[in-house]
Ligand binder design. Sequence first.
Ligand code: BTN
Length: 212
Amino acid sequence: MIHIVDNISSTNDWLAKYYSEVDDTIIAIKQSKGKGRRGNTWESQIGGFYLSTVSSNHKLLPFIVGISIMNVLEKDCKGLNLKWPNDIILQGKKLGGILCEDFGDFSIIGIGINFENKPDIDNSTNLISNNISIDKSFFLASFLYNFDMKSSLTSEEIIENFIEYDCLIDKEVFWEGSSGIVKSIALDGSLVVESNDKELNLYSEEVHLERY
Ligand code: BTN
């Protein structure tokens, strides 16, 4: 079932409490306590797109979500990228983010995309200031369709597809006083980085990239 509400604390939190089956989905016009990754707040004024849906678990879930979003938006958006592990980038600025929460038997996928809203955050962007107009109902239907399709890909195909869009490949990244050049993404979803002539695997749960 698809629920549409005008105001809610967080679509992810609501679904975690009230979902009844996989594929249950909610979209909100605005959120009063939108959640971002790593305990951050997700600014959620009117004009943005706030979606959560229930999915069965998959170790590459954020990657499947990312490539599905690319499929929906890429025709209309020049300079659209993903940034490992969960960011949607337009013309070098953050357009949206993905928050996947694992509840054991199932996961909740949360997606926030700046359509007409302008978050008060450095280096963020929205569709409207890039003269891009996309119907939110079209986005919803098209995302759910693509997500279904992409969920049946192999891990190799998912990662290969994600790498095509990832703006970090071949770039220098910095984390906790270290730096390295991004070489690839491994099949377990870790970022493969060359640092001091060694290859390291960075895991999104452990490492926060400070700048790139
Ligand atoms: C990030 O930090 O980049 C991820 C942001 C995810 C925000 C979305 S908006 C819909 C869903 N409900 C939430 O509370 N968060 C996610």
